[in-house]
Design a protein around this ligand. Sequence first.
Ligand SMILES: [Zn+2]
Length: 359
Amino acid sequence: MKINLSTGINSYFPQIKPHKQQLKLQPLNADTVTFGVSRKEKNYETAMTNIPQLPCACCGKIMIPENVFERPIVKNYDISATEILKVLKKYETRMHKVERNVFRRLEKLSKKNPEMNLHDLFNRKRYYHLANTEIKQLKIVSEIEKTDFNISPESQAKLNNALKNTRQIMFVEGKDVLKKRQRIIKEFSSLLEDCPEKEEFQRVLSMIQKLPSSKNDVDSFFVKYSPLDSESLAYKLLESSKASIEHVVPASENGADNSSNYIVMCRKCNNSRSSMPYEEFLVKHPEMIKNSQKYMDRIINYLNKQYIFGMDNYPFIIKKLLEDETNGLIHLDVSKYRMPYKSPDLFIRSNGLYKITKD
Ligand SMILES: [Zn+2]
């Protein structure tokens, strides 16, 4: 689409302010800067999560753009798992560790069972994975039972009770009951609150937190997702690597719902942060201090090519915001950013992105 500038950009994109006006904004003051496109219109959100080759601001892994998930990955899931895995193969390097290991196992299995559909293949060795999961669970529980903690008889009685409940939840309750791990950890967390021996119960809690989960253990992944149909299983392998909008200041803390408060993280890191303050989050994820620079470098590279319009202040605002939120732990270098200085001649709107080229 060609735009005749004599009729004014604003008649085509009324939400976009002329550049001169934007340059007058104070780029370092996140409170006063507003962006032209509101979230309702989804433009920045889609634009940011669809940037190709974008590293996660936390783990630094190249993410899968959101638009990959907008259409079915394969047209028909009744085909063999072998065919589906061939399509998923191109995302293999972007998968997280557990998902990638599951994917590789499925590839091996599919060689022996080339005609099987994905759901059946996934369930092929369900009992093997279930047994493995139970062995790991049992090992952790007996380790706690065998350890001598320096606690009072009252506290020991409470601990014994929690261990008894754990065995009940893990080995007596039905195999299909969900959220078992979550319930067990909750029980041990409340022990930590109830009992006076904080250090000892912190030790117990960190031991029980080693219980395998689908996020960190291949066997648990197979057990947890075995009921899913082929389509959902294919998505499950990719989902944790999906690019998603992360609010630097959480919405629950009245963080702005626009790109002045957005960074992009993979689903896995995004879920792990939830609304945790950054100082606490960086203790769990110190890799973010380095990787947020990789993220910003790619954003700057993309903005410098003028592939997204209307985010002129973004690098400055996010640099300032992350510095404030992390007490200076994250200190981004945005010196390579070339802020646009004049109105572009031509806009091409495609895939939710504003691509700008010179005619
Ligand atoms: Zn990540």
